[in-house]
Design a protein around this ligand. Structure first.
Ligand SMILES: Cc1cc2nc3c(=O)[nH]c(=O)nc-3n(C[C@H](O)[C@H](O)[C@H](O)COP(=O)(O)OP(=O)(O)OC[C@H]3O[C@@H](n4cnc5c(N)ncnc54)[C@H](O)[C@@H]3O)c2cc1C
Length: 593
């Protein structure tokens, strides 16, 4: 089955719609089997739920109550694997789970396990799960495969030394256990694609990504067109061997608009979840190196998590949502709810509105279920691969899933799709290290720092640049820091009295090298300022990000041929406005004329 495109010939190609974490993991898995892949996304890599998540790689302790032991087992195995294969991005984190009573919640937990959600809620009361219920859940967590190599849980008194400043009067007991944090799922997704490209080179398969493109299947041909402003202007026609709809919360919308010949009932019943990023030194200090997983006053789970060395991430809400997932925004009531939850758990270090640095919101791609008696929290977090009947080419949709299970989902989906196409699975990601893998962070940091010093950066700045680069790129930080030297250049015609902003090797205010911007474009498919700020350099979460930083990044994009000089100021304004509207984030500084 050879596939003909207008400007190239591609071998047996599978088209994946959606470049979120699931689309990326699946592309990589298929390429490992030597099958050519084309990925199309209407926005950027990881621009959907992947970026709006709580950023945990976890077994999902609370799913045990819903009898989802198989999901928890799979998630724990994957947690273990991702920590091993991507240690630069997925890091173990200890959690404190504060508990109000010794015995409470047992009847509710039993009812939930039997699927009697309304009864469970009636019996739940306001005191939540007690120490025994929590202890049993954590014991099971320890026993499941994937959980066994990790430190065992401990049940302690909340007044014990070294505990976060949880209100010990309200929560006299606590469970301590381990899960993992993936601070930047956006970067993890980009690395999946980087590895997909490596896999393509190894197997001789073809791999292309079209971000900011839309597509439509017409008589077996996928017509791919750039969305206004995208790189490239020609429509491309592909005759794929199969199409996989991995567009998360947009799955139904994609079926209607891009795959109109496919008939399917409603597949997605997404719920909206918001997070706050808090800048409160007292709260951050109180957390130390632990996250808190507690129940809000209404029984909903709430995470209070360290986010780097200075910030705290709080999430999340869980509200039914219909409409375009891209329109979901954090509302005032959610901000009050989450701040209230923090105050209820940690009253002595409660945060206020002034501490809210920014927020974000997204829609979970959950399977559609009728909500009789259920709550959003009770909807399964399992994933499904739905095969659409009688389509040519064959089409599937991915429904549900978690960051944590992206790899296992990709593995099972690839096996099913390849079997249908009569192709043997030829490779697997099970033991494959991610591109930025390192054995020792300190060694990589030392080499990256050496490169930064060789490029002329003063010692302290070189240390900070290397640390930030390693947090983003793992071992690939060395290449980014090495490139500082070659990227350092003087635009023609500039006066020689002192370095101008254009000659400075670093992006102002945030101290990341400009070489990282060029790297985002050349190596990581970034096509504009928003891509670089939000999903490559993760500067959207940097408190120091200013308009001057945006100007410096935009100037590199001009040099890279992605932006016209005359449009630089307008682009900076547009992204600053997006950050204000989407994240409630206001930038420091003024725009230079
Ligand atoms: C509030 C919240 C908290 C969460 N917390 C966690 C957590 O802590 N741990 C965990 O494991 N999981 C968590 N999840 C779940 C996890 O984030 C998602 O399951 C996962 O990111 C889904 O990835 P995806 O690739 O399927 O979808 P997405 O990341 O949403 O990607 C879909 C992509 O499809 C693109 N697209 C849309 N329409 C089209 C079209 N017509 N054509 C082409 N492309 C299109 C979009 O632009 C997007 O890039 C959370 C989710 C939310 C919302």
């Amino acid at each position: 089955m050879t596939v003909q495109a207008t400007n190239q010939t591609v071998r047996k190609t599978i088209a994946i719609l959606g470049a979120g974490i699931n689309g990326a993991a699946l592309a990589r898995e298929l390429l490992l089997s030597g099958v050519s892949v084309v990925v199309i996304d209407t926005a950027d890599i990881a621009a959907g739920a992947t970026a709006w998540s709580t950023r945990l790689v976890h077994g999902g302790l609370r799913y045990l109550e819903y009898g989802e032991v198989e999901l928890v087992r799979e998630s724990l195995v994957e947690r273990d694997r991702l920590v091993r294969l991507a240690p630069h991005l997925v890091r173990p984190l200890e959690f404190c789970l504060p508990v109000r009573t010794r015995l409470g919640g047992m009847a509710a937990a039993a009812a939930r396990l039997l699927g009697w959600e309304s009864l469970a809620r009636a019996w739940q009361g306001t005191r939540g799960r007690g120490a025994w219920t929590v202890g049993m859940g954590l014991w099971l967590y320890d026993q499941l495969p994937g959980g066994s190599g990790w430190p065992r849980h401990r049940m302690v008194r909340a007044s014990a030394g070294g505990m976060p400043a949880v209100d010990a009067d309200s929560f006299p007991f606590a469970g301590l256990y381990w899960d993992a944090q993936l601070l930047f799922p956006e970067r993890f997704t980009v690395e999946l694609f980087v590895d997909a490209r490596l896999a393509a080179a190894e197997t001789g398969a073809e791999f292309r990504i079209f971000t900011h493109h839309r597509c439509r299947l017409e008589d077996g041909t996928l017509v791919v067109e750039p969305i206004a402003g995208a790189r490239g202007s020609d429509a491309i026609r592909i005759e794929p061997a199969a199409v996989i709809n991995a567009t998360g919360a947009w799955v139904d919308q994609t079926l209607a608009e891009a795959l109109p010949a496919v008939s399917a009932g409603r597949l997605i019943g997404g719920t909206k979840g918001s997070h706050l990023l808090l800048r409160s030194a007292r709260l951050r200090t109180a957390l130390g190196n632990r996250g808190i997983y507690a129940e809000a006053a209404d029984g909903r789970p709430v995470f209070v998590l360290p986010f780097g060395e200075r910030l705290v991430l709080v999430g999340t809400t869980d509200l039914p949502f219909s409409g375009d997932p891209d329109d979901a925004r954090t509302d005032e009531a959610e901000i009050d709810y989450l701040l209230g939850a923090v105050a209820g758990i940690l009253p002595s270090v409660a945060a206020s509105r002034d501490d809210v640095l920014q927020h974000y919101c997204g829609v979970r791609p959950l399977p559609f279920v009728s909500r009789d008696g259920g709550t959003p929290a009770s909807i399964t977090r399992r994933h499904m691969l739905v095969r659409h009947a009688d389509t040519l080419p064959p089409c599937w949709s991915i429904v549900g899933g978690k960051l944590t299970t992206c790899r296992s989902l990709a593995e099972t989906a690839a096996a099913e799709v390849l079997a249908q196409l009569g192709i043997q699975v030829g490779g697997s990601s099970r033991d494959r290290r991610m591109p930025g893998w390192f054995e020792r962070q300190s060694s990589v940091e030392a080499v990256a720092r050496g490169q930064a010093v060789a490029a002329g950066l003063p010692d302290d700045l070189a240390t900070s640049v290397a640390r930030q680069a390693v947090a983003l790129y793992g071992s690939r930080a060395v290449a980014v820091c090495t490139a500082i030297r070659s990227e350092r250049r003087s635009p023609p015609g500039l006066a020689s009295s002192g370095p101008s902003p254009a000659e400075q090797p670093l992006i102002r205010d945030v101290d990341l090298p400009k070489s990282a911007v060029a790297w985002s474009v050349r190596e990581e498919w970034a096509t504009g300022l928003e891509d670089v700020v939000e999903r490559r350099l993760m500067l959207v979460f940097d408190e120091r990000l200013s308009r001057r930083s945006l100007e410096d990044i935009a100037a590199v994009l001009v040099e890279e041929g992605l932006l016209e000089q005359e449009k630089l100021t307008a682009e900076v304004e547009a992204v600053a406005e997006r950050l204000r509207q989407r994240y409630g984030k206001t930038l420091e500084g003024t725009t230079a004329c």
